[in-house]
Design a protein around this ligand. Structure first.
Ligand code: AQP
Length: 408
């Protein structure tokens, strides 16, 4: 059987309909976009649809371009979605760039926070460690103040919509779009042939994560900006290709504050990262007070004093990083930090920064440890969250199946 050439039954059916309509053999229209969908999207007249889809083999030419975004505001309710991978060594960058924002946003909008285990397995994960790490991220969410009675907390693999929609988006996204993703290039390294296919299509899964909930706002660190732009392109192309302009929102990245890209404590030009082999490069969310203080004390700096203006941070990436971390922890602009510490050396600045970091992170680390001593309770939170997440995603997926042309 060849599933590839016609792109499936839906386009083939539309092509036959279009040909018959063109030849004057159809007198009444067939509704290509079914009734009873849960979204408020516009119905496309048969004529318009027919002329757009004249031949299923046009697929590649028809829509490789990213269509222009609709000027209309999203008519649905706002919803936040984001996630963290259950890979080892969750760190200060994950906390300041993402998790702390999640805890704030839960009070502003309906919020869905996922432990993205399907993403984690795009690189090898030991199954026993993966289970522990999944609970660890859930514990980090809870310890950081995300309330499971308010926000939804769950593991991605427990809700089938993610994988199913990701497959559909694999067929919507173009190779050229994914080829431009810098994270794949960085993570695959020189030996792309040995990278998993999953690592390459990771951004399509990320788009599915967000859009399975029709999420409108996505708090992430700076490193995810390109993937978010791709998610918007995929949403736009899906809406355009299937003639349902408002079906998926174009999700807005929320990349805000002084710590959207926390850098390594050893090298201010490299992102603080879970996979950095040096534990001294990052502050882990599980570190105790002594480790946090020790890592800050030994963080790379230079011999000059702290400058008195943001311009003075140029070409001093390690200093810029520590000032940014201080500003984020103290919830103030970098200018305020510089005004307080200008002219001082790092022997004065580092102990104050360490004290601030310990005050914020040590209680979270001990709460995480407390949750992890009760893994069954964490599992219950995740199971209840998965049910709530599925209740949102399942009707959206039912609509997606109808729109795509699957028999339901
Ligand atoms: N250094 C960072 N500064 C600010 N935000 C960051 N994030 C990650 N690193 C930083 C944000 O944290 C969220 C969860 O990230 P992830 O677990 O999905 O994966 P990642 O981006 O691959 O994280 P790492 O720690 O950098 O892992 P590796 O070592 O695998 O590359 C995201 O919102 C991310 O932007």
């Amino acid at each position: 059987m060849d599933f590839g050439k016609t792109g499936g039954a839906g386009p083939k059916l539309r092509w036959i309909c279009a040909r018959l309509a063109r030849d004057g053999l159809i007198l009444c229209g067939i509704r290509l976009v079914p009734d009873g969908l849960h979204s408020p999207f516009r119905k496309i007249p048969l004529g318009a649809e027919s002329s757009r889809m004249t031949n299923p083999s046009d697929d590649a030419q028809r829509s490789t371009e990213i269509p222009a975004a609709s000027a209309q505001p999203w008519p649905g309710s706002p919803r936040v979605f984001s996630g963290v991978q259950p890979t080892a060594n969750i760190h200060l960058g994950n906390y300041l760039g993402a998790i702390r924002r999640f805890a704030d946003l839960q009070h502003q909008m309906e919020s869905v926070f996922c432990v993205v285990d399907l993403h984690a397995i795009t690189v090898w994960q030991d199954p026993v460690a993966l289970r522990h790490q999944t609970r660890e991220i859930a514990a980090a969410y809870l310890a950081a103040g995300i309330d499971p009675a308010k926000a939804i907390i769950f593991a991605q693999s427990r809700v089938p919509a993610h994988a199913e929609l990701a497959w559909i988006f694999n067929c919507v996204a173009r190779m050229g779009w994914l080829n431009r993703m810098t994270q794949f290039k960085e993570k695959a390294g020189k030996d792309k042939e040995r990278a998993s296919v999953g690592l390459f299509v990771y951004p399509a899964l990320m788009a599915a994560d967000i859009l399975a909930y029709r999420a409108t706002h996505v708090p992430v660190g700076e490193d995810q900006k390109q993937h978010l732009e791709l998610a918007r392109d995929i949403a736009q192309k899906f809406n355009n290709d299937f003639g349902c302009p408002d079906f998926f929102p174009l999700p807005e990245p929320l990349i805000e504050g002084p710590a959207t890209r926390v850098m390594s404590l050893r090298d201010g030009t490299k992102k603080m990262s879970k996979s950095d082999p040096s534990d001294m490069s990052r502050i882990n969310m599980t570190d105790d007070a002594d480790s946090i203080a020790n890592k800050i004390r030994r963080a790379t700096t230079d011999a000059l004093p702290i400058p008195d203006s943001v311009e003075g941070l140029a070409n001093r990436p390690e200093v810029e990083n520590l000032v940014g971390i201080y500003a984020a922890l103290a919830n103030c602009p970098r200018e305020d930090v510089l005004a307080r510490f200008a002219g001082q050396g790092f022997s004065q600045f580092k102990p104050v920064l360490a004290e601030l970091a310990v005050a914020e992170l040590a209680p979270i680390a001990s709460e995480m440890a407390r949750y992890l001593r009760e893994p069954d309770a964490v599992d219950q939170v995740l199971a209840a969250g998965a049910e709530r997440a599925d209740a949102i995603a399942a009707p959206i997926m039912a609509d997606v199946r109808k729109i795509v042309g699957f028999l339901t």
